[in-house]
Every structure is written in C-alpha cells, then in structure tokens.
Design a protein around this ligand. Structure first.
Ligand code: BG6
Length: 489
C-alpha cells in the first residue's frame, strides 16, 4: 500500500514536466495506481492559479496523449492539481510553500520534490527547501528526485553531491535515470539471471563485442539552452548508455535489494579502463548534424537551430569504445553510440558472439556464415532475439540466419512507461532502480577525460547530414574491420 503524498514538480512548466512527468502521473492516476489523497503541486515562476494550471496541463496532455485522453480520468486528475508560483531564489517563497503544505488535511504529510530543473539550479532548489525545514522528516517522509545530468563534469558532480548532502540524506535522494524504468532494460536482470544457459557464454571467451545504441530522428526540439551545455556525451552516454552497459556487464547481485544491485554496478564502472588523454581520439568520436531530410521533411542543421551559437562545437552525435578490465570482460570492446537527427529511432543492445573456430558452411555460395547475435531492443520495439544459423532447405548444406524470439508480448493493452514505473518506486521509497552517489561519480570518471579534451578542441567538429546514420569516420573507433554498427533488430 503506497502512502499518499504531495508530489511537487519544480520547473512544472518545463519540457520534461510537460512531456513525461505529467503524462506519467495522469496515466498512473487513470490506472488507479496513485493513492487517492495524492496531490500534484506544480511549482514555477509564472503567476498562475490552480485553474490556469489545470487548463494548461489539460492542453499538454491533449497534445501528448491525443486520442487516449479520457475526459472522466482528466477531470479526476485535474482535482489533484495545484499550482504554487515561486522563485526559488526568494526566501519568502520558501516560507509560503511551507505554510501551504502545512495548511490542512488536503495536503498529505509525505512529500516528493521533483527537480525538473536545469542542473545549475539543483543547489538553489535544495537550499530553498531546507530554508523552511521542508527537508526534515517530521510527521512524514521527504524525498528529493534529481534528474540527470548530475552536474557537468566530475568535479562539479562531486560539489553538487556534497551540497545536496548538507540538507538531504542519501536515503532521501533519488537520482533518476529513466532508462532504468524501461521494460527491456529491466528485463536484462531476468533474462540474464533467471536463465542458467547464458552464464557460460556471457564473457570474453565467447563474446566478441557489445554495442549499445540510442539513435533519434528528432533534433534538439526546444531545448537548445540545455543541449548547448550538455551535448550527446553528457545527455545520453554518461547516464543512460553507461547504465545499460553496467547492467549487461555486472555480476549477479547478492539479492535484488537496492544496495546489492548498486554495489555490482559500481564494480563494473570502477573496472572500466581509464582513457588516457592521448588516446581520447582512438576511443571517442563526436559530430554535429547539418541540414538534411528526416521522414521526407527538410530539417535545419544544428547551427541553424534557434538559440544555438553559430560557432558551437556541441556534439549531437557521440560514439565511444570502452573496455572493462575484469576477469569476465578483459579486452572485449563495448561500443556506445548516440545521436540526434539520425536515420531511425532505435535503442538497441546488440551482443555479438565470436565466430565458430571452423567455417564448415557458407551462407550463400560466397559469403561466410555470420556470427550469432543477441539483440535486446528497447524501443521502438521491445524485443529479445537471438540470431542463429540453420540449414537452408533444399539441396546442399548451406546456412541461413534466423532469429529465436524471446520478446515479451505486450498485446494485453496497458504498457507502463518508464517514468510511470519509476515515479511509483519513488512513492514506494524503493531505490533499486535509482543511482547511488558513487555510481554517478564513477560514470563521470569514465567520460571526464573526453569532456576535457573536447572542451578545449573548439575549432573543428565532424558533421553528418540529418537523416543519415552519422559520419563514416565514426567507424575508426572499431578494433577491427569486421566490426560494424548494427542498426536493426
Ligand atoms: C533524455 C535526453 O534523458 O532522454 C533526451 O535528455 C533524449 O535528449 C531522451 O531524447 C531519450 O529518452 P526516450 O525515453 O525518449 O528514449
């Protein structure tokens, strides 16, 4: 049974709140998963009252959910919505917020504070809450949810962490990475650790390399402000892709509790071979999109996007090669890549096995038989497929590739979105799918040398036309010529 709470969204009118948080809360409410007395409090600078906020939220939900929006569910959800106009730099607003939250039974005693703000405002928001004692667990729990990126680089992340810990304990902090709420990402645990057959294969003896891709057709949308300071490496790789790497590479946890899982992930991140400054170009590649065509539409290049600096060398594409120096993975490359304005929307973990020691068969008369792949599709398709070779029917002994499909079937209707699952975990107080402070720090240690190198190399960046798969030069990070990006499931 979940506790009812006041779920306060800082930055309530921002992109994340509009596109992910409010739709997730609405869907949870519609499915009857939110405790009845739950209040959703939007906090923002605008001078709105509850009815304006409700009207705006209805509009955003309509834009986002269109036909699946249900009027009765929306009316119910609207009753939960309150708005509080505040400037987090203003001490008086903190006191007024405290008064509001203490004002009566309408507001339950447990509080989630969701910082849907630029990372540069996290410290101010935490101080704002502490100023009127809203961090203190008196009469109910207090939980602070922090979005990635947690800081801009290693040192900044350490400073931020120390700052948050002045007023909030580690138990109160939930560092969210919404990829940990995705169905296939959660399935990695079950697929790996509920099946005996993978364990003897899951290591450097049989795995040639691992690829983790996240490609998007969308550009930076209306997020230039944020993206100019982030870039693809911080936006996707340091967080989401590194988390997927940790789940693929980790040892089985002692139990499924939060500390056991996070201990194992930290061990993986700590074992990643540091990239020396001189090797950054051999391990990492960056590029930026120029204008091109996506889904039949002409789209502008990154430098022509609104609010982007014309000289910007912010990367919209990044690819990385990492090695994990432990017994299981030594010398197996992990290739991570992500990009905006690429040819397809696709998130995929692709594990390539080695070739059999002897090539007895041919796929056709000329081509060698391809190796086995394990494909874990995160989106748009949620799937798990194993590519194997079978005999081509007919005359002769030729091989053909086929797929064994272990995909979960979601035809039953309701699919939980990543944010829905994680917001419920916050309300339940379960940290298992949230990042611990040392985990974040170790992930920063991996990318920090690259960030440093790229931040001083501001004269040149490779480019790729929007709608392509990125520049061919990115292939230079592969160890061998027979290693290539896998685009499809
Ligand atoms: C966010 C990034 O964390 O993840 C975005 O900031 C990116 O740039 C998004 O588009 C991708 O998430 P999803 O769930 O749409 O794949």
């Amino acid at each position: 049974m979940l506790d009812a709470c006041v779920f306060t969204i800082f930055g309530a009118t921002g992109h994340l709140s509009r596109t992910k948080l409010l739709p997730a809360l609405y869907r949870l409410d519609k499915a009857g998963r939110l405790p009845e007395a739950t209040v959703i409090l939007g906090l923002g600078r605008r001078d709105w009252d509850n009815s304006q906020w409700r009207a705006e939220v209805s509009k955003w939900l309509e834009e986002r959910l269109g036909g699946s929006l249900d009027q009765e569910a929306l009316d119910h959800f609207n009753q939960r919505l309150h708005f509080f106009s505040a400037n987090i730099g203003d001490p008086d607003s903190s006191m007024r917020l405290r008064q509001l939250l203490d004002s009566g039974p309408e507001f339950p005693p447990n509080h989630v504070y969701y910082l849907s703000l630029p990372p540069s405002e996290y410290k101010a928001a935490a101080d704002f809450l502490a100023l009127s004692g809203l961090n203190q667990e008196q009469g109910g729990w207090r939980r602070l949810v922090v979005e990635k990126p947690f800081g801009y680089h290693l040192e900044d992340a350490q400073i931020l962490d120390r700052h948050l810990h002045r007023n909030f304990t580690e138990q109160q902090i939930f560092r969210i990475d919404h990829y940990l709420g995705k169905e296939t990402v959660q399935n990695i645990f079950v697929f790996r650790f509920a099946n005996l057959m993978w364990e003897p294969l899951w290591n450097r003896n049989l795995i040639d390399h691992v690829q983790i891709t996240h490609s998007e057709m969308a550009g930076i949308e209306d997020r230039a402000d944020y993206y100019e300071t982030a870039g693809a490496l911080r936006d996707m790789i340091q967080s989401h892709l590194m988390q997927m790497l940790a789940l693929v590479a980790m040892e089985p946890p002692a139990t499924m509790d939060a500390e056991s899982i996070r201990d194992e992930k930290v061990k993986v991140l700590k074992s990643i071979r540091p990239i020396p400054k001189a090797a950054v170009h051999a391990h990492a590649f960056r590029a930026q999109y120029t204008r091109g065509r996506v889904e039949g539409q002409d789209v502008p290049g990154y430098l022509d996007e609104e609010q982007v600096d014309k000289q910007s060398t912010t990367e919209t594409y990044a690819a990385l090669k990492l090695y994990i120096d432990n017994w299981r993975w030594r010398n197996v490359p992990f290739y991570l890549r992500t990009g905006k304005r690429l040819a397809k929307n696709s998130s995929l973990i692709a594990i390539r096995f080695k070739h059999p020691p002897q090539q007895l068969f041919r796929e056709t008369q000329i081509a060698a038989v391809p190796p086995n792949w394990l494909l874990m599709g995160i989106q748009p398709e949620q799937c798990i497929r194993i590519e194997v070779q079978v005999r081509e029917p007919g005359i002769g002994m030729r091989a053909r590739t086929t797929q064994l499909d272990a995909s979960t079937c979601y035809q039953a209707g309701y699919q939980l979105d990543a944010y829905e699952s994680l917001l419920l975990d916050v309300i339940a107080g379960d940290h298992a799918q949230f990042l611990r402070s040392d985990e974040v720090e170790w992930a920063w240690r991996v990318v920090d040398p690259i960030i440093r190198t790229w931040s001083v190399e501001r004269e040149f960046i490779h480019t790729y036309p929007a709608g392509s798969w990125g520049p061919e030069e990115a292939d230079r990070i592969f160890e061998r010529e027979d290693q290539q990006w896998r685009h499809s499931f």
